[in-house]
Ligand binder design. Structure first.
Ligand code: ZN
Length: 382
């Protein structure tokens, strides 16, 4: 068996009664991820050999099916929770005992914002200490406390780091007593604890209002996507052209759907920003259900994807490349349409037109090309 040096236990067996809701808060999605996914994405990669998640079995397949992809090569196991935090923690340690880890970090899933840096610091301190506990001090004055007492008040956080056999033995010894956290067991044994500076941002989310702070502390991720499309005119027609959902009195474009070249380019830019496949993958031109359909359907699908994945559009820049028709007259209408379909302000949409200087296929008036560049960011408004 591979030598297991560092283990992480994530306690996710809580019901979250103070938070409320149908499912425990740690399994609910906040943007693309639930708390456990947020937590693992924040802390990995780190030098961990094994992760134990303590949670009820019924939640694993439903809410934790993405975890394997996040933890990659780190071994992942699950452990049933107990009736109390202490019981859950001991059950997880019992499972870990088989792997003989040297160190174990025990963490609450209600603290999804802990940094990779804090975990690294705790692991580093465990080289010379058996127990390492992060703490913070609040700036607010406390009543019923004198100055001297104030100095000693520490607000304890997780993850708490332990030499595995130390914490295992402490749990065994106090298994019939109920203590607040793992460090309290060590304290009761009278063993030395190394306190290190924690992080104010390592917030414990207990009440619904705490989500406001969680939102503020989220990192903003910006993503960009480009899209390009080109369609040929049906020069036998003199009407039916559609650009950005707007009808123009000019020859229609040939395509499987309504051939709205601009909307196709915008869809591809959104798929690109979300690191997905191209429009043809989702709306194949061999699929009869998309024959002659309004391309608004495709754009609406993309809008829903953005919402589902927790992103909002910051800017949309579109180029239309053709000799004819003149786009100027229709620009405002086009913006209005896109703004309506995507539920974004017209102010963040730019529609620019250019000719191809009479060069090539487009220059000869045989078709229209369009390109779109989209700029999105994750929305923290859960
Ligand atoms: Zn197209």
């Amino acid at each position: 068996m591979k030598l297991m040096k560092n283990a992480l236990v994530i306690l996710a067996g809580g019901k979250g009664n103070r938070f409320g809701g149908d499912i425990p808060k740690q399994f609910r999605k906040y943007g693309e991820n639930n708390f456990i996914e947020h937590l693992l994405s924040n802390i990995l990669p780190i030098n961990l050999d094994i992760i134990v998640i303590s949670c009820e079995k019924k939640y694993i397949s439903k809410y934790l099916n993405k975890i394997g992809k996040i933890v990659k090569d780190t071994k992942l196991i699950f452990s049933d929770p107990g009736n109390t935090r202490q019981e859950s923690s001991f059950k997880a340690l019992k499972k870990l005992k088989y792997y003989k880890p040297k160190n174990v970090l025990i963490h609450d899933s209600a603290r999804p914002l802990v940094s990779n840096k804090l975990l690294k610091t705790i692991l580093l301190c465990l080289r010379n200490n058996f127990v390492v506990v992060p703490y913070i001090k609040y700036n607010d004055r406390m009543i019923n406390t004198n100055q001297a007492e104030m100095k000693n008040i520490k607000n304890i956080q997780t993850p708490q780091g332990f030499n595995f056999s130390h914490i295992y033995d402490a749990h065994k010894k106090f298994k019939n007593e109920s203590l607040l956290d793992d460090a309290s067991l060590i304290q009761k044994l009278g063993k030395k604890i190394k306190y290190i500076k924690g992080e104010k941002t390592n917030l414990k989310i207990t009440y619904p209002e705490d989500i406001k702070f969680f939102n503020l502390l989220q990192k903003t991720t910006y993503r960009y996507g480009i899209g390009f499309d080109i369609h040929r005119f049906d020069l036998n027609s003199n009407k039916g052209l559609k650009l950005c959902g707007t009808n123009l009195p000019y020859s229609k474009l040939i395509g499987h759907s309504d051939a709205d070249v601009c909307i196709h380019a915008i869809c591809d830019s959104i798929f690109g920003a979300l690191s997905m496949n191209d429009i043809g993958y989702y709306f194949s031109n061999e699929d009869s259900q998309w024959k002659n359909v309004n391309s608004k359907i495709f754009l609406n699908y993309c809008k829903k994807l953005l919402i589902k994945k927790g992103y909002k559009i910051i800017n949309l820049d579109i180029n239309i490349i053709c000799e004819k028709p003149n786009i100027n007259k229709y620009r405002d209408k086009m913006k209005k349409n896109l703004s309506k379909i995507l539920s974004i302000s017209e102010k963040i949409i730019s529609i620019k037109a250019t000719t191809n200087e009479k060069i090539g296929f487009i220059g000869n008036g045989k078709g229209i090309a369009s390109e779109a560049l989209i700029h999105i960011c994750n929305e923290h408004n859960y």
